[in-house]
Design a protein around this ligand. Structure first.
Ligand SMILES: Nc1ncnc2c1ncn2[C@@H]1O[C@H](COP(=O)(O)OP(=O)(O)OP(=O)(O)O)[C@@H](O)[C@H]1O
Ligand SMILES: [Mg+2]
Length: 247
């Protein structure tokens, strides 16, 4: 909650259709200031589509998206970035022939114009990611996991209030996943509110006090992780009708 009690983000009945496919249907949820909220759901549930609407990459067919109480639906991605929402991409797209520091400088221009200040900020983020020693390394020479961290850093370089993270742990080893969990916590401790799409249950349990679950474009659950994973609709969405009945 912000000072006046309004949630940082209020999603109100947003929908998106692609031809005959209703990818997101009447989705509503709130996200409080300082929260880490996990968005779960099986493949194709509409999670990335929801992110794309919040971040301005897709127009909503219907509904409202309020950020700090202001309706942002229909605004363009750069506009949304400027008001304080950043996102990572499920498939990261760094500038591979630029260095780590250069990649981290790009987003800095959203808030600052002094090049020295932007460079200093980029180096601060590289240190924060534990990549300070790689600041001058070209991205093409990074491991897959370091690219993931850089993707996160690129989002942070725009100095967001809200960060949308789309499967940043995908393909990570257990120790890398643990490192990412700690990084996400430290990002929240910097005052950034987080909405995270993640499939790895261990990561979700470690990070989020609350989860929401989508299935076929609809919200089917909203609550504490340990309660939500026992709900029959959620078991059915992940494992099928038969499993849910036995459980
Ligand atoms: N640009 C697009 N054009 C047409 N259909 C799309 C587009 N983007 C997504 N879809 C479809 O919308 C549905 C929801 O996709 P979305 O990517 O939002 O799911 P997701 O929950 O992020 O899945 P995953 O866990 O696999 O990333 C899917 O059926 C997908 O094929
Ligand atoms: Mg997705």
């Amino acid at each position: 909650m912000s000072g006046d009690g309004t949630p940082l983000l209020q999603v109100r009945g947003i929908s998106k259709r692609f031809g005959g496919l209703q990818a997101v249907h009447d989705l509503s949820f709130d996200l409080g200031q300082g929260e880490i909220l996990a968005l779960l759901g099986p493949n194709g549930a509409g999670k990335t589509t929801a992110f794309n609407m919040i971040a301005g990459y897709f127009r909503t067919d219907q509904g409202r998206i309020l950020f700090e109480g202001r309706d942002i639906a229909g605004r363009k991605p750069w506009d949304i970035c400027r008001i304080g929402i950043a996102r990572t991409f499920q498939l990261s797209k760094p500038f591979s022939d630029l260095t780590v520091a250069e990649n981290l400088m790009v987003g800095g221009f959203v808030r600052r114009s002094e090049i020295d200040e932007i460079r200093a900020k980029a180096l601060e983020i590289a240190d924060f990611l534990g990549m300070g020693h790689q600041a001058a390394t070209e991205v093409q020479h990074l491991t897959a996991f370091d690219r993931r961290k850089l993707e996160l850093g690129r989002a942070l370089s725009t100095e967001p209030k809200l960060l949308l993270m789309d499967e940043v742990v995908a393909g990570a080893t257990p120790s890398e996943a643990q490192e990412m969990v700690e990084l996400v916590r430290r990002i929240r401790d910097r005052g950034v509110t987080i909405l995270i799409v993640e499939h790895v249950m261990k990561v979700i349990m470690a990070l989020s006090e609350r989860v929401i679950v989508m299935e076929s474009g609809r919200l089917i659950a909203n609550g504490k992780p340990k309660d939500v994973v026992r709900q029959p609709e959620v078991l059915k969405a992940y494992f099928g009708e038969g499993y849910a009945a036995r459980a």
